[in-house]
Design a protein around this ligand. Structure first.
Ligand SMILES: [Zn+2]
Length: 592
């Protein structure tokens, strides 16, 4: 069956398949159309021939030809397979499909289990694992017991250590690829180990079966983390790391989402046994549905620098809609993250984890501390931060409670606060269609100008791409993920002679950055396409976007300097005031 899928994908082009249902128009490197899955007046449905994927920036649907046919025909996967097989002229062997599927799954579980043991042996018993073991024990402070409980291993830095081993055991190449432990070499036909030179975390489900792996490089290679891609047994949007070991405690005390696998393991080691994480993806509805079998209490753990706080808004909203009781845990300064705190003070970590605070109290105290609530500007800023979060509270009692509290904290009338909070939901009360149209430009709303910049560079000829990335610095970016993509892009472009190859660039990225980048690549509403005129428009747009990002960045720096000046003034440090004022003046010239 998998063979049929590959054959079909080789024979069919996504542009022809989708083009046979709706009319596509060339737009730059991509194609665009009015989305067949939601009502819209301006096209936001994009198709990429290079990546063989589609994505609607209005309603969010996307995927490959199989997803498209399933959605547009309203059929399940086997039927979509039949439809596409017919189009492609590929014969399907149809007998006992289901049986075949379960045989395949059985084989993959078997391969994953043997692979886990192989990696464990390499880490704990073989001398090639010494460096990895040192990393886990000395740098990460894990003890041998934890390493064994989580079945950590080491994938040797070799092209075919694992493949060779599994082939000797009688497994076929295609099964190794299907299970995700091996990949086809980009040139030639032979297969190679997917994980090389990496500490390996098996992804284990609640039946104690290994579904896949996450590998962390120990040689500073990119990507830092590599995950098993989707396989017949591993679906990342359904998987929660740590649930296998912590689910009984989670039933009792609720679940806490932390940043990564290492946090889960080091927490477990010091006796905190209710943490989990999702890796290579943001929290999904599927994951919340699974979690709800065990608890309705969930908390999110935030690092002391508040990284990821905005990214969590969606997760919080989703969890609330599913009736979770949502709380927050804040890692106190000067500790970077949970792992860091555990390493220096395990008892304190336990105390903090045991007492999560209600999410809205957390936001309120955080934002009240961020600005001076006694000044008019401070009040305004605090409200600006509060509105997007508090206006979404759907529970009337909670809502009233916080309006009262905010009103007394800021000394602003309750009526004013009500009206500010209502401005946002009232937009939602518009008709469904209008709402969709509003949402349509959802990508720039999330990644904004900065995302738009990346999107433009990815489509520019090599020379303008390179000169564009040289004009900005990582610090100019506000969105962390986009900043990271920018950095990778800069490195990638450094000694490249030909135009960007989107596929090779994507392969250098971690799963989550990969997802964002392919969306940004598809994000494209230029009318002029690949023509000379189109190139000019692209260049002009790029120049403008760079200017605007620079200005935004300067403005942010000026804000910081001006608050530093105020601080220096209260300290009566005149020298510092003078120095900062000069800096301010110099920098502000950039805005002219
Ligand atoms: Zn759509």
């Amino acid at each position: 069956m998998e063979d049929a899928v590959t054959q079909i994908k080789q024979k069919l082009d996504i542009v022809d398949v989708i083009g046979s249902y709706i009319s596509l128009k060339k737009s730059g490197r991509n194609y665009k159309a009015l989305c067949p899955f939601h009502n819209e007046k301006t096209p936001s449905f994009m198709v990429s021939q290079e990546l063989q994927i589609y994505k609607c920036f209005g309603c969010g649907v996307g995927g490959d030809i199989f997803n498209f046919v399933e959605a547009i025909e309203g059929v399940d996967f086997p039927r979509a397979l039949e439809i596409l097989a017919e189009k492609a002229g590929v014969k399907l062997v149809k007998s006992k499909d289901y049986d075949a599927q379960s045989q395949i799954k059985k084989k993959i579980y078997e391969i994953n289990e043997i692979t886990t043991k192989f990696y464990q042996y390499m880490l704990l018993k073989h001398k090639v694992g010494t460096r990895a073991l040192n990393y886990l024990k000395k740098e990460r402070k894990l003890n041998e017991n934890s390493i064994k409980i989580f079945r950590l291993g080491y994938a040797p830095d070799s092209w075919n250590a694992l493949c060779g081993f599994l082939r000797k055991k009688g497994f076929k190449e295609e099964d190794l690829i299907l299970s995700g432990v091996a990949v086809k070499r980009s040139s030639g036909n032979d297969i190679i180990d997917k994980f090389r030179g990496r500490v390996v975390f098996p992804l284990i489900n609640t039946d104690n079966r290994v579904l896949g792996f996450t590998g962390r490089t120990i040689f500073d290679r990119e990507p830092k983390y590599l995950n098993t891609s989707e396989t017949p047994v591993f679906h990342k949007s359904f998987f929660i790391f740590g649930l296998d070991k912590n689910r009984l405690n989670i039933k009792k005390t609720g679940a806490i989402f932390v940043e990564g696998q290492m946090d889960v393991i080091s927490a477990y080691q010091c006796g905190i046994k209710n943490v989990v994480c999702v890796s290579g993806t943001s929290l999904t509805e599927n994951q919340l549905d699974i979690l709800s079998r065990y608890t309705q209490d969930v908390a999110f753990c935030f690092d002391s620098d508040f990284a990821g706080i905005e990214a969590s808004y969606r997760a919080i909203e989703m969890a609330e809609k599913k009736n979770f009781n949502v709380r927050a845990v804040l890692i106190p300064e000067p500790f970077k993250d949970l792992d860091d705190l555990i390493k220096s003070d395990a008892n304190r970590a336990k105390e903090i984890i045991e007492k999560p605070i209600p999410i809205y109290d957390f936001f309120l105290t955080t934002f009240l501390k961020k600005y001076d609530k006694r000044t008019a500007i401070g009040k305004k800023k605090i409200m600006e931060d509060l509105v997007p979060i508090f206006s979404k509270i759907s529970n009337r009692i909670l809502f009233d409670h916080y309006v009262k509290q905010i009103s007394s904290e800021l000394e602003i009338s309750e009526n004013t606060i009500y009206s500010l909070f209502k401005e946002v939901p009232s937009e939602r009360e518009k008709s469904y269609e209008e709402f969709r149209e509003l949402e349509e430009k959802s990508l720039p709303q999330v990644y904004g100008l900065e995302g738009h910049f990346i999107s433009l560079v990815l489509k520019s000829p090599i020379d303008s791409a390179r000169s564009a990335v040289e004009k900005l610095k990582k610090e100019d970016f506000l969105n962390e993920k986009v900043a990271e993509i920018f950095n990778r892009l800069k490195t990638y472009l450094k000694d490249r002679k030909t135009d960007i190859n989107i596929k090779t660039f994507l392969n250098k990225l971690d799963e989550d950055l990969k997802e964002i980048t392919s969306e940004l690549y598809l994000w494209d509403f230029m009318e002029e396409g690949d023509s000379e005129e189109g190139k000019k428009v692209l260049e002009r747009e790029l120049k403008e976007v760079i200017e605007r990002i620079k200005k935004d960045s300067v403005r942010r720096q000026l804000q910081i300097i001006s608050s530093d000046i105020k601080m220096a003034e209260t300290r009566k440090d005149n020298k510092e005031v003078e120095r900062l004022t000069k800096k301010f003046e110099k920098l502000s010239k950039n805005l002219l």
